[in-house]
Design a protein around this ligand. Sequence first.
Ligand code: 6PG
Length: 469
Amino acid sequence: MAGTYDFGLVGLGVMGRNFILNVADNGFSAFGNDLDSEKVNALIKEGGNTQNVNATTDAQIFVEALSKPRKIMLLVPAGKIVDSVIDSLLPLLDKDDIIIDGGNSFYTDTDRREAYLAEKGIHFFGAGVSGGAKGARRGPSIMPGGNREAYQHVKPIFEAVSAKYQGEPCVTYLGPKSAGNYVKMVHNGIEYGLMQLTSEIYDLLKKGGNFNNDELHQTYATWNKGRLQSFLVEITSEIFEQNDDLADGQLVDKILDKAKQKGTGKWTSQNAMDLGIPVPSIDIAVSMREISALKDERIKADALYDRPTIKPMDKEQLEELAEKALYFAFIITYAQGLHQLADASKEYGYELQIAEIAKIWRAGCIIRAGLLADITKAFNADSELPNLLLSPSFIEKVQSTVPAVRELVAYAAKNGIPSPGLSNSLTYFDAYTSSRLPLNLIQAQRDYFGSHTYERLDRDGIFHTEWEH
Ligand code: 6PG
């Protein structure tokens, strides 16, 4: 058995087990490792203990079973566990072996690990894997970054196991160092934005149009057949159908309205601030999860303030506005995330090809959407496009939907239905497309109270004024 297995995987939780079975289904032999013997046994049972799948709790047996250069993927929780698994494997590895971290690790951790392992002759990849448990089993989108030459050893396996969009694998080498983890982080930021938007639209349809769960199911299902086709719209339609096992009615109405988060959306926002790239549709999605967590305070505040009585809107009219607004805001959210990626690529030397990223997001991942085929084309036509809104192919899509967003955002504001994802997306659009903003006044104020200086429209140079009052 020594040295014959094509692929190793540490961490046999649901994701790890599914990923390894996917590898085996695609004709590669795979060996799993986990400290937990129950997980090891579960994999052996499911994999049929064939030549293709095996597993052990023993790190040495595991490493010795792999062919060289060894390709070992870690699917363990991000953080210290990744470091401790690396340290336990390290004495058993040989030069040119490859470790791939498939978790949502913070990109600077990946840079640190890559440098540490490079000194020891080991190649390290940060490879974001998206698509949840089902994706891991049937085809995820994979976002690998690291050493380009070493990637050639991993490429056949990743291309075989990844999701396919019209036959094309949803994985590609993205760039050096932490490029893969960074792209996955921004993927998750976009994911937060799209989820916030779908939930705002649900609220508007429910409160403004009295849509019941059946109608909500129908609406999202219909949208999923059109230009809003996407994984998140699809699962949203299915969620409204799910009956509650514990009580009468649909489950969605019984779920506590406090959204949790593991941090990747917040990291996206934090890093966008560091780069100086505005991503307000993602920022607000993070803030809304935080506001949602303040349930007790929200209940108290709700009792203190009056809200407008909601004036119902015609169902058909509302549904039409909502479809357009969601499409518009989806575009804006992708535009912001991709803008961040383009800038981060320059800042961190990732050499990212935005069209390639949009391409591998077309299937397998949580933010997969029909729209990504159009986005891929836009960046293929102009690889230096700083922002999707500047693409000629997106002008009509945005221009034709923005009046509906204005109407819906105004309706939401008048009726006290919080829609910050929609309104932030609209405001971002209005600001980004304004050749003149009132920030000249901010410059004047800064110079007034702090002598911070300003530039002028009509002549070059840096100016300061002794303001008279
Ligand atoms: C994916 C997801 C996944 C992420 C979850 C949870 O692409 O499959 O992005 O990696 O961990 O969506 O994220 P939160 O717990 O922060 O919502």
